[in-house]
Design a protein around this ligand. Structure first.
Ligand SMILES: [Zn+2]
Length: 117
């Protein structure tokens, strides 16, 4: 679908794939029912992946509080900017908060449209 995605979306995809890897590893462990130690190792490893993804989700939560919510000028949907430059979550419109990167008009226009939660 989207070739580019916003930073938060990328991290979210990463966290989701960690959960899948965790479940796959745990599932593989079921093939070693006759070897309880091997099975336990697989289960432990799978659990580690799932714990890691929980950590990543927590990190997303932290990042989300730091990100700035704006209304995308292109698709008029609310999106979040992380860092100086990011891409709209909905339409891939590049967004920036840095005056040096874009004209002042650009910067003001987007900053004034900040939403209140
Ligand atoms: Zn957009």
């Amino acid at each position: 679908m989207a070739k580019y995605s916003s930073k938060i979306n990328k991290i979210r995809t990463f966290a989701l794939s960690l959960i899948f890897i965790g479940f796959i590893v745990m599932y593989l462990g079921l093939f070693f029912k006759t070897h309880p130690i091997v099975m336990t190792l697989f289960m432990g490893l799978g659990l580690l992946f799932i714990i890691a993804s929980t950590g990543v989700y927590f990190w997303i939560g932290m990042l989300s509080t730091k990100s700035i919510q704006v209304v995308c000028p292109n698709c008029s949907k609310p999106t979040k900017i992380l860092g100086r430059v990011d891409i709209c979550m909905h339409c891939e419109e590049p967004l920036t908060l840095d005056k040096k990167l874009e004209g002042e008009e650009f910067n003001e226009k987007y900053n004034r449209k900040s939403l209140q939660d």
